[in-house]
Structures are given as structure tokens and as C-alpha cells.
Design a protein around this ligand. Structure first.
Ligand code: WQD
Length: 371
């Protein structure tokens, strides 16, 4: 693939969040100019300072809500991004069950607002506007000159759209279902994107289904910073190791798995970030839309993660075996071969890397960014 020109901007909604901030690093290191759009409702402003320390320059920031279509349209017109990566949204499964309207309003509303703003700016909706078409030097073999690119969007989806899979590993053609409002919003947004692409073929859309992102940038300057009690396994483990919590509750030890605990496909967040760069490059170079799994293809049980973390950190992680968590599935891991074939991407980091990097982040930031 050709190197991106530094003038090629990529807008990252929710770019100050966990996945977003790591993708901002990967984009800039790949030669793009990332622009962060964030309202800091689910993220911390300190992330910008940390990114400046990692990158040597402060990423561009547009502070506001992706649900404000007029604001988003103004940002698009001023920055002329060649593509948009949509991270912004609420993502706590349990909270979505307790507050479904918050999730439908924020996640669906945000996606609709972004799509309408992109349509207005890149396709001149209403016919009376000149189409604002960014130019990107494609690498489609022709090599010569720029190619005109229509609205280009990468969407942060989730393996949660697979519900409780009948078998593993999971391929992209598996049936989708939802077991909670959060997962339902991801599924509906995927359907919206498919309908938009069918109605207006100028759209270039990549849907990325994340499995279980964990770990942190090797600098330890950015990482996962959940608010309150962590829902997810790895941040809970790191908080036990750093002494913030007395022990881990292992949800279920009677699953049909090697040691009875849940199996998941943990993927290093920097591998996930690289997957976004590969997705953007692929969309800008070729007009074929895609939906791919971003996972390692390898599942680990909860107790295997605990043991790997203890080895990587040198810290003991106390735990107790308790009942299953409602809504959990026994096993969920990816067949990532389509992403390798279409994007030329595959995960490279090991579980040990994930644990070591997660520990470096947590031990350097015991209170997260607030500290
Ligand atoms: C992993 C394993 C738990 C916590 C969720 C969302 C998904 C995505 C990733 C956003 C399971 C066990 C966990 C704990 C435990 N999020 N566990 N004790 O549930 O696979 O996926 O996060 O996109 O949409 O559904 O991840 O980290 O919560 O759980 O034993 O305190 O760890 O039972 O087996 P999950 P998780």
C-alpha cells in the first residue's frame, strides 16, 4: 500500500477513548493526520496530553457531540477527512440493560447524525451543494494521480452481534442476534450502514467486529480506564493486582470449557488499532465494502488469563469461583482469516504481551487518568 500523505486526515469520533486513542497513535505513525472528535463524557482530557507525549505533537481536537449533526458537518467541512472512524458510543452491557433508552438514543442517534453529516458534506445531499470529495492517492495498481473517494466510514462494531454462537470459531456469516440493548444498537447500526451503502454506492464502509480488546500502549501512557467497578475481566484483574480490589470474582466454573471458566478471544489493543489503519487504507484504495472479525483466532479461559497475568506481572491475583454472570456465553472466539485476506492484517501480540502491557499501564496509573 502507498504511504499516506500527511495531509490525509482521518476523523476519529470518540478518539479520546480506549480504542480510539490507540488508533490515533497508529494512524499518525502510519502517516495519516488523525482528528479527534470527542465530548469527553466517556473519556478523559488527559489523554490528549499523553498522546502528545507519545507522538511528539498534539493531535487535533474538535470537542463536541457526534449527535450534533451541524457540529459534525462543520468539522467535516473544515478538516476534509478522507475517512471517518466511528468509535463514539456507550458500551457497558449491564448499563444498557438498566438504561436502554440512553443506549438507543446515544448510539443510534450518534450514528444517524454522523451519517447525515457525511452525506451532506460528501454527497451534497439536496443537490445544491458541490460534493466535497477528498483526494487520496490510491494504490490500485494504476498508481497515477489521485482518485476521487466518496464518504468513507469505518464502524466500531462488536462480536456481541453474534449472541451465543452455536459453534466456534466464528466467521462473519454466522447468524447475528442480540442479548442486550448495547449489542442491539451495534446490530442496528450495522444494518443502517448496509442500507445506506445499498442506496448510495458512493459510500465506502468497513465494519469491524471487535472481540475482546485488552492491553495498552507499550509506553504505559494510555490504556483502559473504566469508570467505577470494571465490567470487563482484564481491568478488574489489573485493579486486583495493583491493590485496588481484594479479589476477582470468576463468573462461572461449570462451562463446557477446558477448566470450566469462560473462553474469549483477547486481542491486544495495538493490534486492534492496526486493524483500523488497514481498514482505512483498504477502503481508500478499493471501493469494496467489508465486514470483518478483528480477533486472534485463539480463545483463552478466565483462569488461563489470570495465570498469564500473574506470570507477566509477578503479582498474585486472588480470586473466587462464583455463579455464572447472566448473559455470558461459554465460548466466543474469532476466525480472523477474512480480515487477513481482505485487509492484509493479523494480530501479532501474545497473551503475555497483553498482560505485560496492561500491567505496565495500571501500575503506572493506579487511579487511571484521574490520578
Ligand atoms: C470476559 C470473560 C466473563 C469479569 C464484553 C462485551 C463485549 C465487549 C467486550 C464492547 C467472561 C469473565 C469478567 C469479571 C469474570 N465490549 N469475567 N469476572 O463479556 O466477553 O464481552 O466486553 O464491545 O461487547 O459483551 O468480556 O471482559 O466482561 O468477560 O470472570 O469480573 O471474563 O464471565 O467469561 P465479554 P468480559
Amino acid at each position: 500500500m502507498s504511504q499516506a500523505q500527511p495531509s490525509v486526515s482521518i476523523l476519529c469520533t470518540g478518539g479520546a477513548g480506549y480504542i480510539g486513542s490507540h488508533t490515533v497513535v497508529a494512524l499518525q505513525e502510519a502517516g495519516f493526520r488523525p482528528v479527534i472528535l470527542d465530548n469527553f463524557r466517556n473519556s478523559n482530557r488527559v489523554v490528549l496530553d499523553r498522546l502528545e507525549r507519545i507522538l511528539g505533537s498534539r493531535p487535533l481536537l474538535e470537542e463536541g457531540d457526534v449527535g450534533d449533526a451541524a457540529f459534525v458537518e462543520d468539522v467535516l467541512r473544515r478538516h476534509r477527512p478522507a475517512g471517518v472512524i466511528h468509535f463514539a458510543g456507550d458500551k457497558a452491557v449491564g448499563e444498557s440493560v438498566a438504561q436502554p433508552l440512553k443506549y438507543f438514543e446515544n448510539n443510534l442517534g450518534g450514528a444517524i447524525s454522523l451519517l447525515k453529516a457525511m452525506e451532506a458534506v460528501y454527497l451534497g445531499a439536496g443537490g445544491d451543494k458541490g460534493a466535497l470529495v477528498p483526494r487520496f492517492r490510491g494504490d490500485d495498481g494504476g498508481g497515477a494521480g489521485d482518485v476521487a473517494v466518496g464518504p468513507t466510514l469505518v464502524f466500531s462494531s462488536s462480536a456481541t452481534v453474534y449472541g451465543d454462537p452455536a459453534t466456534v470459531p466464528i466467521t462473519e456469516d454466522f447468524p447475528r442476534s442480540h442479548t442486550n440493548p448495547y449489542g442491539h444498537t451495534k446490530l442496528v447500526i450495522e444494518d443502517m450502514l448496509q442500507a445506506v451503502a445499498k442506496a448510495q454506492p458512493a459510500w465506502r464502509i468497513g465494519i469491524l467486529r471487535y472481540f475482546n480488546p485488552v492491553g495498552a500502549h507499550p509506553s504505559g501512557l494510555i490504556g483502559e480506564d473504566p469508570s467505577g467497578i470494571p465490567n470487563n475481566l482484564m481491568p478488574y484483574v489489573t485493579q486486583v493486582a495493583v491493590g485496588m480490589r481484594p479479589y476477582l470474582n470468576v463468573f462461572g466454573s461449570d462451562y463446557p470449557t477446558p477448566d470450566g471458566t469462560g473462553v474469549r478471544d483477547y486481542i491486544h489493543v495495538t493490534d486492534l488499532a492496526a486493524g483500523h489503519v488497514a481498514a482505512v487504507r483498504t477502503l481508500l484504495a478499493r471501493p469494496e465494502n467489508f465486514t470483518v472479525n478483528l480477533g486472534t483466532g485463539r480463545g483463552y479461559t478466565v483462569l488461563e488469563v489470570v495465570r498469564a497475568f500473574e506470570q507477566a506481572s509477578g503479582r498474585k491475583v486472588a480470586y473466587q469461583l462464583v455463579d455464572r454472570r447472566p448473559g455470558d456465553v461459554a465460548q466466543c472466539y474469532a476466525d480472523p482469516s477474512l480480515a487477513k485476506r481482505l485487509l492484509g492484517w493479523e494480530a501479532k501480540h501474545t497473551l503475555q504481551d497483553m498482560c505485560a502491557d496492561a500491567w505496565r499501564w495500571q501500575s503506572a496509573n493506579p487511579q487511571g487518568y484521574a490520578g
